[in-house]
Design a protein around this ligand. Structure first.
Ligand code: ADP
Ligand code: MG
Length: 457
């Protein structure tokens, strides 16, 4: 199949997840300025007050709110991608956003809590669930966990004593990691770009993946303290490689080797200049590298979405290690999903707008901001963080009114989303009951065997 047949335009999905207000934001009485609608697939940001209020509405392939469950996020982002991976393709899912907006919550979540698990553990469960189908005559799954910090590669599964992390042996092993291209791609299916010497652990069941994630997270914490880096400043790439042999209805056996990369990107704010001169040189280098890789990723996705590959344009994969590594999975035959995460708080409004603009250009449709003043009198024109207890007060200030209006809109949107989430839950339960009843009624005519119910939306 040619690279354009699968449709590079349709291969990239961009979704946004708006997290709830954090306890700290709630306690600080922070103004919520971002609302989202799952049904309309829109996110709206209000910036400024009074006559200077700018209301920006962005549309995406999907929008998740604080009422969306981890399962819903998985079903609508990764589930379709996993079918491709089992079919032998290489695909990637990214979490992009400011630190503290829910990237790790989305990718990893609380791994030992079945409801709160993120997409990585869910992907592992889903892969093994599908491989349990009797048509698979053979399979092998392996996992690797790579960190890219400052354009340097780090193996998060490297089996070294965590206390020994700064030791020469560990450093030597890490330095042996190299991003290389396998020239015999055609013969050794699924190799392409890969990291030489990176640990690839065989996993036999989803629980093995959970154990690996736990191990990596411990290792990472130690590494961070010892090497003075922070998870928010590195990209983490968790890769599941699935090799399988499947018996087809015509009796032939299909061999597939697919890969799924799940990437928790560096905090988008880390790419911004912190004000120039006072930065120490190592921080400046770090910032430039993060900037370079996030911008390159954005450019690559935007170009692919615009059909750049088919038009023969140069796609700048080589401009960062991240895009080089993921080159196979970006564009061409594969599905890519970007999950942009944002906070509802006014404190983060600039970063939220920048995240949504990034996601929007990856999505390929640029929206136009509309100025919409809620009240048109007496304004100083600047948003300010809400003061403690900053309700409408004596009603004499326009800003207070604007803030109250913001809060009202947020509450209204929350109520709508809660109702919509309830309706989804209800529909899901009705469909489960329906299926159970049909199964109980028994096979009058040869009926399909009842399979494990997967909630559909
Ligand atoms: P990031 O990885 O982007 O820095 P985290 O995933 O660590 O952000 O999220 C920051 C905090 O917010 C965590 O305590 C996390 O549990 C919480 N959080 C993030 N997204 C959500 C969400 N959708 N629902 C509930 N809590 C969330
Ligand atoms: Mg994180």
């Amino acid at each position: 199949m040619s690279s354009t047949e699968m449709g590079e335009q349709s291969g990239i999905q961009v979704v946004v997840r708006l997290r709830p207000m954090s306890d700290r934001e709630l306690k600080g009485n922070t103004l919520p300025v971002v609302t989202a609608s799952t049904e309309k697939r829109e996110v709206t940001v209000i910036k400024g007050t009074g006559a200077r209020t700018l209301r920006n509405t962005f549309a995406f392939d999907n929008v998740f709110t604080s009422f969306s469950t981890q399962q819903e996020v998985f079903d609508q982002t990764l589930a379709p991608v996993i079918s491709d991976v089992l079919g032998g393709y290489e695909s990637t899912v990214f979490a992009y956003g400011q630190t503290g907006t829910g990237k790790t919550h989305t990718m990893e979540g609380t791994i030992h809590d079945a409801d709160e698990r993120g997409v990585i553990p869910r992907a592992a469960f889903d892969v093994f669930r599908r491989l349990a189908d009797e048509s698979y005559v053979e399979h092998a799954v392996s996992a690797s966990f790579l960190e890219i910090y400052n354009e340097e590669l780090c193996d998060l599964l490297l089996d070294v004593d965590p206390d020994d992390i700064a030791a020469a042996k560990a450093r030597e092993k890490q330095q042996a990691l190299r991003l290389v291209e396998d020239p015999s791609t055609a013969k050794r299916k699924g190799r392409g770009m890969y990291v030489m010497n990176l640990t690839e652990e065989t996993v036999k069941r989803p629980e093995d993946v959970l154990a690996l994630m736990q191990r990596a997270s411990t290792r990472r914490q130690v590494g961070e303290t010892k090497m003075n880096k922070q998870s928010s400043r590195s990209h983490c790439v968790f890769t599941l490689r699935v090799d399988s042999k499947r018996r087809m209805p015509d009796g032939s056996v299909m061999e597939c080797a697919g890969k799924l990369h799940m990437v928790d990107l560096a905090g988008s704010e880390c790419a911004k200049s912190a004000g120039g001169d006072s930065l120490d040189p190592s921080r400046e280098r770090e910032r430039k590298n993060i900037n370079q890789s996030l911008l390159t990723l954005g450019r690559v996705i935007t170009l692919l979405k615009a059909g750049g590959k088919a038009k023969g344009e140069r796609i700048p994969y080589r401009d960062s290690k991240l895009t080089r590594l993921l080159q196979e999975s970006l564009g061409g035959r594969c599905k890519t999903c970007v999950i942009a995460t944002v906070s509802p708080s006014s404190m983060a409004v600039d970063e939220t707008l920048s995240t949504l603009q990034y996601a929007q250009s990856a999505h390929g449709i640029i929206n136009k901001p509309t100025a919409s003043s809620m009240l048109k009198v007496n304004v100083d024109g600047h948003a300010r963080p809400a003061t403690a207890g900053g309700n409408a007060g004596n009603g004499s200030s326009t800003q207070d009114w604007s803030e109250m209006e913001c809060r009202m809109q947020y509450l209204e949107a929350q109520a709508e989303e809660a109702a919509a989430a309830l309706a989804r839950k209800h529909a899901e339960q009705s469909s489960l009951i329906d299926r159970a009843e049909r199964a109980e009624a028994g096979p009058i005519t040869p009926a399909p065997r009842p399979s494990t119910p997967t909630p559909t939306l």
